[in-house]
Design a protein around this ligand. Structure first.
Ligand code: ADP
Length: 550
């Protein structure tokens, strides 16, 4: 038959490509010390090989887990490739989780090595005696930065660890289905679950992410992953940037609006990615200081619903295209991205703006469907909503080391999200199933209510939650943080909803708070919002007034 060569889809091949064809493409990192570190893909490649040799020197078995507690930076990047490329598994841990949860995760993953930025030294101190499987601790710093009074046995600096290793290592060839990296879901309910990616799934995802209708990354881009490397592999950007030979810019731990803006301008960033809460900080800074972006062209926003007002501000005031994306840890994470089709380009501007606010359409490699309570597939009319199921080459099959059975239903993964899909295949997430508000038998989308509230010029952030109601079962209220110096009262905000949703969908009330609790990846924690003292006090007042009426 003739046929073609076979080369396994291995993460090391991405790095080889970046080294051979984009060796002088830059990688810039703001370090936790505050200074800027610069080098190139060829240097990253050399040092990643040294990481692999250092792991070999410790005789770390294949598939052993190497954990990181680290910000976005060049050493973390070297671990991404050095650990996975050598056949071990990179386990990125979210340092914003509770120390007990981190300990649980380390033990569950049986991590053997823990590499951490010095910022997290107190955290590591707090947990290391309970981390039974970890044999080696590496601080991501120079030898002279190691604290003298540290009691962690055998702690070594990263530079010492890899410094004397040979860089002439050859990446091993193995089955592309081997495990490459491990991420835990944020576990808002119960313990986190472990999602294990393979080399194959990671490479296919990187290809998918680079396509013009997804992130459209290229060798002409300067890419800033604001999304942390511990949040679903920074949405795969380190891999995709190696595949395309893009310049990479890492923000370290300086994620405030001013620092991110400075870095973007200084490094002529053309593409950035992050969750809405981070972009809100950036936009606030720009607004306060009257600044503009001079190089940024597009940004992928996802992880939580991006408010239409934000998409508008980026586009109208800064000429920056927002690509709204949906995904989850279980989908590597890209599931859908919102870019127009040829036919949708022909539509009126307001229609196109509406479309941009949806979570987008499936990229090749992922498919989705919505189903009713009996699992029957629902129609794609943009109105009917149901439980969102996905499947594909980078979608989970089973959780790692889980006691439960496979989460799949007839080969599909139930996402726990509720969505509509329109006739053109565009997905719109209306809620997480546990956040849906059921009023008088009808569903109200909390995301829609939040989007409207966020469009009010005096609102900084908003969370819509259900409160119990004797007649309607549940009614929505909106919990709001006002912008500093803005004056806003309940009636003004409630009036703002009129004409934008059906009357019965307008929230019953507004509860003003100072801040909305955010989770470890910067998303609103609705469960915590429900427990806020202001909200509990409100519920009590309502209950009392209803009782007095009876
Ligand atoms: P966790 O599930 O642990 O919070 P993930 O980062 O995997 O962590 O979160 C995935 C969830 O985030 C999705 O199931 C969905 O509810 C939400 N999500 C992600 N992107 C979007 C988006 N663009 N719009 C609305 N919700 C989103």
């Amino acid at each position: 038959m003739g046929l073609m060569q076979q080369s396994p889809l291995l993460i090391s091949s991405l790095l080889d490509h970046a080294e051979r064809h984009h060796g002088d493409s830059e990688i810039v990192s703001r370090r936790i010390e505050g200074d800027i570190h610069r080098y190139h893909w060829r240097d990253a490649s050399r040092r990643a090989r040294q990481v692999a040799e250092a792991l070999n020197a410790w005789q770390l078995p294949l598939s052993a887990r190497v954990a990181t507690l680290a910000w976005n930076g060049y050493r973390h990047l070297e671990l991404y490739f050095g650990v996975s490329g050598s056949g071990r598994v990179l386990h990125t841990i979210n340092p914003r989780l509770h120390p007990d949860q981190i300990t649980w995760i380390v033990n569950h993953a049986s991590d053997q090595v823990l590499c951490f930025d010095l910022t997290f030294l107190p955290l590591v101190h707090a947990i290391y005696e309970k981390c039974k499987t970890v044999r080696h601790y590496v601080a991501l710093c120079d030898r002279n930065q190691l604290p003298a009074d540290c009691t962690i046995e055998g702690l070594i600096s990263y530079e010492d660890w890899i410094g004397n290793q040979s860089a002439s290592y050859h990446w091993p060839q193995f089955d592309e289905n081997a495990a490459s990296s491990l991420c835990y879901t944020s576990g808002t309910t119960g313990n986190p679950k472990a999602v294990m990616y393979s080399h194959r799934s990671t490479l296919l995802h990187a290809y998918g992410a680079a396509l013009p209708d997804s992130m459209a990354l290229s060798a002409r881009d300067s890419v800033l992953p604001v999304v942390p490397m511990f949040h679903v592999n920074a949405w795969g950007l380190p891999y995709t940037a190696a595949l395309t030979g893009s310049k990479l810019v890492f923000p370290g731990n300086a994620l405030d609006g001013q620092s991110v803006y400075q870095l973007m301008e200084q490094e002529a960033v053309t593409f950035a990615a992050g969750v809405p809460t981070v972009w809100q900080l950036l936009l606030n800074h720009l607004e306060r200081e009257g600044l503009r972006f001079s190089s940024l062209k597009r940004t992928v926003i996802g992880g939580a619903a991006c408010p239409p007002a934000m998409i508008d501000t980026f586009y109208e005031q800064h000429g920056v295209e927002v690509i709204h994306a949906w995904g989850m840890t279980e989908t590597s994470p890209l599931g859908s991205l919102c870019t127009p089709k040829n036919k949708t380009l022909m539509r009126a501007t307001n229609e196109q703006v509406k479309l941009r606010c949806k979570q987008g359409r499936a990229l090749f490699g992922v498919d989705f469907k919505i189903v009713d309570d009996d699992g029957c597939e629902l129609q794609w009319d943009g109105k009917t909503f149901g439980d969102l199921y996905v499947k594909g080459s980078w979608v989970i099959r089973e959780y790692f080391e889980a006691e439960d059975q496979s989460p799949l239903v007839d080969g599909w993964f139930p996402t726990g999200d509720v969505a509509t899909i329109d006739a053109d295949g565009y997905l719109q997430i209306t809620d997480r199933s546990k956040d849906v508000i059921k009023s008088g038998g009808e569903w109200i989308s909390s995301i829609e209510i939040e989007n409207i509230a966020m469009a009010h010029p005096s609102v900084q952030s908003a969370a819509c939650i259900a409160v119990k109601h004797p007649k309607w079962d549940e009614r929505p209220i909106v919990v709001v943080v006002g912008k500093p110096e803005a004056t806003l009262d309940r009636n003004q905000l409630l009036q703002f909803f009129e004409g934008k949703v059906a009357k019965w969908q307008i929230p019953d009330d507004v509860v003003f708070v100072k801040s909305i609790p955010l989770g470890a990846t910067g998303k609103m924690l609705k469960a915590k919002v429900r427990e806020m003292s202001e909200v509990l006090a409100y519920c009590k007042r309502v209950e009392a007034s209803l009782e007095s009426k009876i």
